[in-house]
Design a binder for this molecule. Structure first.
Ligand code: FMN
Length: 418
């Protein structure tokens, strides 16, 4: 996949222009040969509070580490003497094409990693031929993302206690032409992340000496992200949160949750009775994200969801959660082909995508990899992350003797002695 060329296009609702993508790959990417390199470059560039917010997990980070350990435990088998000279990473989901079986996951923090980061990420996804998911707690509005040229746009919903506010977002996403809706159900309360408190970083941002000192130590980020917001549109706002509750990342908004994460407007009384109305309202594909139990997956299929996403939120919510890749096979068996099953949490190599597909997933979602890239070089960095994952996925397809995504099956992996 080639790097994006120079562009300077107006995007409705986000000020005069969007960030410029340089004509040749930015120097910052020249020595980023894999996602781990991008992570390290992002770590250097971002204020510590921002980096840890995007990179780390909940509590003791057992889930976070477990996600990687689970992928690393699964081994691949090659298939020899197969002509793989002509192969394709393309597939379809909900009847529409994907250049590879990967979706950019909803991540509320993209707009803090880079100036107008969500729009940059959406453009990178569109150019790479994969869907982009806009998160409820983003700083870019549904309508602004809808104006980004091309691509498949999905919206992620946190259902709030005040249901009508959430249904307002659902209507906006529908009116703006978003293709699919993801209901995230694994966060009934605020996750516990002590490092946010230590760093003085919260969403919405509450200025404090520690966080301001941290920012001052990262002048590049300060100048290219925060100063640009201040110069153009003022402090970034959480685009979808109710005005008067937590709409501004400034002092005077509602106090941050104790963990430093978003205030808990979510409905912790949310239950299966709520699903029917959502199903009746949303006309396109509807997905449920954060499922670990086969019986929950089965119930989701019965309730009319069009796909299940097996996820532990990248290890950011409940600690000691199962690694989604480990429980994927039993969920796939329970669903028995009724609806697609997607998986996320811990994908860092294209080979991980092959592992997920071999164990029955239709596609993976990827959260941090494109955020690392975005933090280093905006759209070009996110494109680079997607390009690296695609190249590795393609290579692993060849090693495992697959010329098409449909050929990736259980014989490509070894999960342990029975
Ligand atoms: C910084 C950050 C913010 C996130 N915000 C959201 C969110 O607002 N809604 C949601 O459903 N998932 C959110 N997620 C979880 C991702 O959608 C996804 O499940 C997770 O990142 C996958 O794990 P990975 O980062 O290892 O790829 C977030 C993840 C990160 C890293």
């Amino acid at each position: 996949m080639s790097m994006p060329v120079a562009s300077r296009k107006p995007v409705a609702g986000v000020g005069a222009t969007v960030a410029v993508t340089p004509a040749k790959p930015p120097r910052a990417l020249e020595r980023c040969f894999n996602i781990a390199d991008l992570r390290e470059a992002a770590r250097r560039r971002l204020p510590r509070g921002v980096f840890e917010f995007l990179d780390r997990g909940a509590e003791d980070e057992v889930s976070l580490r477990g996600n990687r350990e689970a992928f690393e435990r699964i081994k691949l088998r090659n298939k020899v003497l197969v002509d793989v000279s002509r192969r394709s990473t393309a597939t379809t989901l909900f009847g529409k094409p994907l250049s590879m079986p990967l979706v950019v996951a909803p991540t509320g923090v993209a707009g803090v990693c880079w100036y107008q980061g969500e729009a940059e990420l959406a453009r990178a996804a569109a150019k790479a031929g994969v869907p982009f998911t806009l998160a409820t707690p983003s700083v870019t509005s549904i309508e602004t993302i809808a104006a980004v040229e091309g691509g498949r746009k999905w919206f992620q919903l946190y259902m709030w206690k005040e249901r009508e506010l959430s249904y307002g977002l659902v209507k906006r996403a529908q009116d703006a032409g978003f293709e699919a809706l993801i209901l995230t159900v694994d966060t009934p309360t605020s996750p516990i992340r002590e490092y946010n408190r230590r760093n003085g970083f919260s969403m919405p941002f509450q200025p404090n000496p520690r966080a301001l000192f941290d920012m001052a130590l990262h002048p590049r980020w300060l100048l290219t992200v925060m100063a640009r917001y201040l110069a153009n549109n003022g402090m970034p706002k959480l685009a979808h949160y109710p005005v008067g509750a937590v709409s501004r990342m400034t002092p005077g908004g509602a106090p941050a949750a104790p963990s430093g994460s978003l205030p808990n407007l979510r409905g912790d009384e949310l239950n299966w009775d709520d699903v029917k109305r959502l199903r009746d309202t949303w006309k396109g594909p509807l997905m449920i994200k954060g499922v670990h139990l086969p019986e929950d997956a089965a119930r989701a299929a019965e309730a009319g969801f069009d796909a299940v996403i097996v996820s532990n939120h990248g290890g950011r919510t409940m600690d000691s959660a199962v690694a989604p890749i480990d429980v994927l096979p039993e969920i796939v068996a329970e669903i028995a082909g009724r609806i697609p099953v997607l998986v996320d949490s811990g994908v860092r190599r294209g080979g991980d995508v092959v592992k997920a597909l071999a164990l029955g997933a239709s596609a993976v979602l990827s959260g941090r990899p494109t955020l690392y890239g975005l933090s280093v070089a905006g759209e070009a960095g996110a494109s680079h992350a997607l390009s690296l994952l695609r190249r590795e996925f393609d290579a692993t397809m060849a090693f495992t003797g697959c010329t098409s995504v449909g050929e990736i099956g259980p014989r490509a992996v070894w999960t342990g002695r029975k």
